[in-house]
Design a protein around this ligand. Structure first.
Ligand code: SF4
Length: 368
């Protein structure tokens, strides 16, 4: 598999191939060149080589469940179709006990992670967010709490007056084990201004993860691509994440999130093309040489393209989820979740070995 790339007449691409095969790090210009190239198969094959070196034939997934305590949000990010104002039709805020009851009604045996995100609801105090986690932790101590984005942590510092470290310490005492990767969008001040990303700025996003890593937490990170940003913006985003990873080594996975089209305010009328989704996964794999995993997120790109992405550098297909809400509010046409059997089928169909994992990529079961 690693020798199939034909000798390249394009000197620049040949140089990039040589760098990747020699273990040399790619720079901004290399990344932009790859993105601008139409040679998707070469880029994909190169990314596949890198992934095979890191992960072999294994592709990871987890049995998890997405939970959303509240959709009330003080912010108004232009691309968001999930948020509601307090009192608006469809707005809700669940207490810890209500969430426990919801989980008891819907949980499947085998779920080992709760993926928890929500709105920045300033009608409730920071203690509400601590108590919410504690309630889940007390009732489901065997399930790992993967909760809140860096933007939510930043929001908690504002409503509590506490530092990032103090917020994280209180949440950890209530059961928090890791942060989700959301809130990154595109790490560019100009982008954030134009897209009215009404929450943590670039430095704040990175600082929350840096602090979490210094506290010994392993975390996740994302990139929401496919709106007004340039491809160079995306590469610059990856380089900032790569720099922080060099510094702390605290990220477990990079998750490219394909923008969904149903946005009241952002004017995004189309989906990303399959080519763009695959290229983004492959380029991520090539740029982020210090990451173990790149995730193909079936909620945003669909199960079929996720399957193809496993030959373009992706080594993780997320998890069962059960009922996804944020991307579906933004127009996702995909299933709201998949069963364990469906995920296994998807991975095996790509000629790969499905590996059920825990949140921290410890292997639970290999489905040979
Ligand atoms: S993206 Fe998050 S912070 Fe922004 S409006 Fe939506 S829920 Fe609120």
């Amino acid at each position: 598999m690693s020798t199939l790339i034909t000798p390249h007449t394009d000197a620049r691409m040949a140089n990039i191939i040589e760098k990747v095969r020699g273990g040399e790090r790619l720079n901004l210009e290399d990344g932009v060149y790859l993105y601008e190239s139409n040679d998707l198969l070469t880029i994909g094959q190169l990314a596949n080589e890198v992934n095979m070196r890191k992960n072999g034939n294994k592709v990871y997934f987890i049995e998890n469940m997405s939970l959303y305590f509240t959709n009330v949000c003080e912010s108004r990010c232009a691309f968001c179709n999930f948020r509601k104002d307090e009192g608006e039709e469809g707005a809700y805020t669940l207490s810890g006990q209500e969430m426990v009851e919801y989980v008891q009604q819907h949980i499947h045996p085998g779920v080992r992670e709760f993926h928890i995100v929500g709105g920045h609801n300033d009608n409730v105090p920071f203690q509400y967010y601590v108590d919410s986690l504690r309630a889940l932790n007390e009732h489901f101590p065997e399930v790992t709490l993967k909760a809140y984005t860096a933007a939510e942590i930043d929001f908690f510092t504002r409503i509590s007056g506490l530092s990032i470290r103090e917020v994280l310490e209180q949440l950890r005492a209530a059961g928090l084990k890791t942060l989700t990767g959301g809130g990154a969008e595109i790490l560019s001040d100009q982008y954030r201004k134009k897209m009215r990303v009404d929450k943590a700025n670039v430095e704040e996003y990175l600082e929350v993860h840096r602090t979490a890593h210094h506290l010994g937490m392993k975390t996740h990170t994302t990139m929401l691509y496919g709106s007004i940003e340039s491809r160079e913006d995306r590469i610059r985003h990856m380089l900032q994440i790569r720099d922080l990873q060099d510094e702390t080594g605290g990220f477990m996975v990079f998750i490219p999130l394909s923008m969904q089209p149903k946005n009241k305010n952002a004017g995004i009328m189309r989906r990303n093309s399959a080519n763009e989704d695959l290229k983004t996964i492959a380029v991520s794999r090539l740029m982020l040489d210090n990451f173990d995993h790149i995730k193909a997120y079936f909620i945003n790109i669909g199960p079929q393209l996720t399957q193809v992405a496993l030959n373009f550098g992706a080594s993780d297909v997320h998890g069962t989820i059960l009922k996804e809400r944020i991307s579906h509010a933004a127009g996702a046409l995909t299933p709201e979740g998949l069963t364990r059997d469906e995920l296994i089928w998807l991975v095996k169909g790509a000629g790969r070995i499905p590996v059920e994992r825990d949140t921290f990529y410890n292997e639970i079961k290999v489905y040979e």
